[in-house]
Design a binder for this molecule. Structure first.
Ligand SMILES: [Fe+2]
Ligand SMILES: [Fe+2]
Length: 256
């Protein structure tokens, strides 16, 4: 599932890759981009895998927004990337027009909230089945299920809170009104919940060796690991869009 949020159809994360390259103004490997992204975004919500960075680089390459250069590191052949003029120009355009908050709310609800609501019950069933079948020999499956059920409960509450309390504010621009205490408290609470979600996902990843499919005990376990990895990927993107784009927009709107 790839969010098509920006006006030219590129996911936000492609622009983050581009932004990292532009900010560093040097040729970087995909691994270096990953490290710099973690350092510069400074938030675990965008700690992409190298394969995710490569996926975005391929999108950018196809549009001529980055170029690749073959090089050697010792005896190893490596690929370096740098921004092109077209990439810099696209970055400038996005910075000037960061998107309509109404569209962003629609995107978050239609893509990410729908995904979470679809996957949570399916994962509950898969993990319950894994626990029944293998839990006696593999106690980590019991903890994984309990951790997931906590995550599910927290996420269900969190999505409702956003849709009922925050998004209506984001959709209604109120120029001239300063951000009120209620909005500030709400944003702080939602960000704290994002951090808690991150902690539970990190625990799930630890309990499953990073959702390692090679460690799957049966087809159900494999499906559960695969679904958990997908949920984590989607949540990282989802929470990044909220913390780093929507929430600042909500504050800016009411502060204008
Ligand atoms: Fe959300
Ligand atoms: Fe959220």
């Amino acid at each position: 599932m790839s969010p098509q949020r920006t006006s030219d159809g590129l996911p936000v994360t492609a622009y983050l890759v581009l932004g990292v390259l532009a900010a560093n103004d040097e040729q970087l490997t995909a691994g270096e981009i990953k490290t710099r992204a973690e350092l510069s975004v400074g938030h675990f919500y965008w700690s992409p895998s190298v394969s995710h960075v490569r996926r975005e680089l391929n999108r950018l390459l196809a549009r001529g927004m980055v170029s690749e250069i073959g090089a050697q590191s010792g005896k190893r052949a490596i690929t370096l990337y740098e921004t092109t003029d077209a990439g810099l120009e696209a970055l400038r355009r996005v910075a000037e027009h960061p998107g309509d908050p109404e569209e962003l709310c629609d995107h978050i609800v239609d893509v990410h909230h729908a995904y979470v609501r679809r996957e949570l019950p399916r994962l509950s069933e898969l993990l319950a089945k894994c626990e029944r079948t293998h839990g006696a020999d593999r106690p980590e499956l019991i903890e994984a299920r309990a951790t997931f059920e906590r995550l599910r409960a927290e996420l269900e509450h969190h999505l409702a809170e956003e849709e009922q309390e925050l998004f209506p504010v984001c959709r209604t621009e109120k120029p001239g009104e300063p951000p009120d205490r209620v909005l500030l408290d709400l944003l702080e609470r939602l960000e704290t919940e994002h951090t808690a979600t991150g902690g539970l996902l990190a625990r799930l990843s630890l309990l499953t060796d990073g959702y390692d499919l090679d460690g799957a005990l049966c087809n159900t376990h494999r499906a559960a690991l695969d679904a958990l990895a997908g949920l984590e990927r989607d949540l990282h993107e989802h929470i990044h869009e909220e913390n780093n784009i929507l929430f600042p927009r909500a504050l800016a709107n009411s502060a204008l």
